[in-house]
Design a binder for this molecule. Sequence first.
Ligand code: NAP
Ligand code: ZN
Ligand code: ZN
Length: 357
Amino acid sequence: MVNAELCTTMSIAKAYSAQGASSPLAPDTIERRDPGPHDVWIDIAYCGVCHSDVHAVRDEWGGTRFPIVPGHEITGTVREVGSAVKRWKTGDRVGVGCMVNSCRECSACREHEEQFCERGMTATYNSYDKYGDRSLTKGGYSTHIVVNEDFVLRIPDGMPLDRTAPLLCAGITTYSPLRRFGVGPGMHMGVVGLGGLGHVAVKIAKAMGAHVTMISHSERKRADAAKLGADDFLATHDPDVFAHNKKRFDFILDTISAKHDYSAYLGLLKRGGTMVLVGIPEASPLDAGALVHQRRQLAGSLIGGIKETQEMLDFCAKHGVLADIELIPASKINEAYDRMVRSDVRYRFVIDIQSLG
Ligand code: NAP
Ligand code: ZN
Ligand code: ZN
C-alpha cells in the first residue's frame, strides 16, 4: 500500500459544504493534511460543477456522508510537493478528477482502471481515504487540496484552467466509452442529453470523426447543438421522433440525469448496435424486447483510469476540445444546482475559486 503515513499536522482551507441533504451549500472551513512524502498540495483555481455533485449533496443515491464538500473537476497549480515526489514541482498546472487514491495492487489497478479498484477507490469526496490519512475526503469546492502524486493530472500547455476543469470528469466519462467502443469515421452515433457530459461528448466524438446526432428532450438547444459541431438534432418531446428514427444509430451515449425509458432510446439503434449509459438517474424502465429482438447491447461506463484521463487531456489539447462554461462565484452554487436540475446550463458551471477569498 502506498502513502499510509498518518499525518498529524494540518492546514485550513476555505470551502463550501452542505450539512444535510436538504441544507444549501454554505461557506465553511476544512482541514487538509500537510503533504506526506508522496503528496502534492494544489492551490485550486477552478472547480466544475457536475450533476453527480447534485445527486450526492441531495443524497439521491443514498450513502452521502455529511458534511460534504463536493467537487471533482479540479484545476490549479502545485504549491508544494512531498519529499519523495519527483514528477511534480511548484508552479505546475495540474488537475484532479473523481479519484484521489486506490490500492494499486488489485487486477483493476494493475490494468490502469483504478475506478474499479477491487478494494474500492477513494473518491475525491465522500470517501474515507484508507490509503492516505483515513479522513473523509473533501472535494474541490475549496481553496486547496492535498492529493497523492499518482492521482494528479498534467494540464497540457495552452489549455486554460477554467475551460479544462470540466474535462476532469465530463471529459473522461465520455472519452472512455467512445474509445472503448471504437467511435470513429463512418459511425453514426447519438448523444442523449445536452448538458455537461453531453456537450463534451459531441465535441470529442466529432474530433474522433463520427457523424453525431444530438438527442435532446426539447427544441431549446437545437442551435447550440449545431454550434457545438453536431451534424443533426432530434427533440424527443415529440414521441413520433422515436418511431421516425428507428434503427438509425450504431452507437448511443446516454447522459440523462433523470428517470427515462431506456427502451425508447434502444429502439433508435441498428441491429447489433450499442447504447452506453453514463447518466445515473433513479431506476428507469427497460423492456428486454428492445434488446433481444435486434440483438442490441446495453452497457455502462464509469469515468476512466488515471492513465486514460491523461490520454484524454492530451487528445483534447491536440483537437482543441474545451468545455463551454458559465463561470460563477461560489456564492451562486445553490442557484446553479437548481438551474442544472432544470436543464438550464450552457454547458457547465465552473466555480471561480478565487471567489472563496
Ligand atoms: P447535466 O449537465 O445536468 O446534463 C444532464 C442532461 O440530461 C440535461 O442537460 C438534459 O439534456 C437531460 N435531462 C435532464 N432531465 C431530463 C429529463 N427529465 N428527461 C430527459 N432528459 C433530461 O448533467 P451531467 O453533469 O452531464 O451528468 C449527467 C449524468 O451523468 C448525471 O446522472 C451524473 O451523475 C452522471 N455522471 C456519471 C458519470 C460516470 O462516470 N458514469 C460521471 C459523471 C456524471 P437535454 O436538455 O438536452 O434533454
Ligand atoms: Zn462528475
Ligand atoms: Zn485496486
